[in-house]
Design a binder for this molecule. Structure first.
Ligand SMILES: CC(C)(COP(=O)(O)OP(=O)(O)OC[C@H]1O[C@@H](n2cnc3c(N)ncnc32)[C@H](O)[C@@H]1OP(=O)(O)O)[C@@H](O)C(=O)NCCC(=O)NCCS
Length: 176
């Protein structure tokens, strides 16, 4: 795909099911990506999460997207050199030009197949038009009970983020 095609008019319909945005990415952890303990570096995991989440956002809106913010990024367990990492992402929620993408990372032992949940986060992406300005995205249509629960939770996170921003701006105004 050329960049000219990528920055052209969006081909997405006005509304999309969550399933249209789903991405699964698999990686093997190599020594170059690890610290002296043989655990994968947090920054490497964050890079992979950003890529996997961005692909879900692009699949949803068929636009160039930029990462606007990341919420609740957590590392529950380390991932070891030689393990497989599986990243799954999909769009949880959309507003006018922004989309929240949820992402979950699991580590898998290559010999036993045993898996554990190692990281998760919520990325907000903004879709850009041909001039690099924020542009409207299709609405996401959650269908299953899980998708509807994620949609409601994402809407609350957005409301909380905006409320916090207003509260800080108000407090800054009061203190000069
Ligand atoms: C994200 C960005 C495009 C927003 O531009 P802006 O001029 O502030 O645009 P607006 O104020 O019109 O907001 C556009 C949307 O972005 C959302 N947004 C802006 N800043 C945000 C933030 N920090 N977190 C989450 N959403 C944000 C707004 O809520 C709005 O969403 P909505 O249309 O769904 O309501 C701009 O800040 C930007 O380009 N940031 C850098 C992105 C980047 O380079 N990312 C890679 C990091 S290295």
């Amino acid at each position: 795909m050329t960049m000219a095609r990528a920055t052209g008019r969006s081909t997405a319909p006005a509304e999309q099911p969550v399933s249209k945005s789903q991405v699964i990415m698999n990686e093997m952890v190599l020594p170059n990506d690890a610290n002296a303990l043989g655990n994968v570096l947090g920054g490497h995991v964050m890079h992979l999460m950003d890529m996997c989440a961005a692909m879900a956002a692009m699949r949803h809106c068929r636009r160039v997207v930029v990462t606007a913010s990341v919420d609740q990024l957590s590392f529950h367990h380390p991932v070891k050199v030689g393990e497989l990492m599986s990243l799954k992402s999909s769009v949880n929620y959309t507003d006018r030009t922004s989309m929240e993408v949820g992402i979950r990372v699991e580590a898998e032992h290559p010999l036993t197949g045993e898996r554990r949940h190692t990281s998760s986060a919520y990325f907000t992406f903004v879709a850009l038009d041909e001039q690099g300005r924020p542009t409207p995205v299709p609405k996401v249509a959650p269908q299953s009970e899980v998708e509807q629960r994620r949609f409601r939770a994402a809407r609350k996170r957005r409301a909380a983020r905006l409320a916090l921003r207003e509260e800080i701006a108000r407090a800054d105004g009061e203190t000069g």
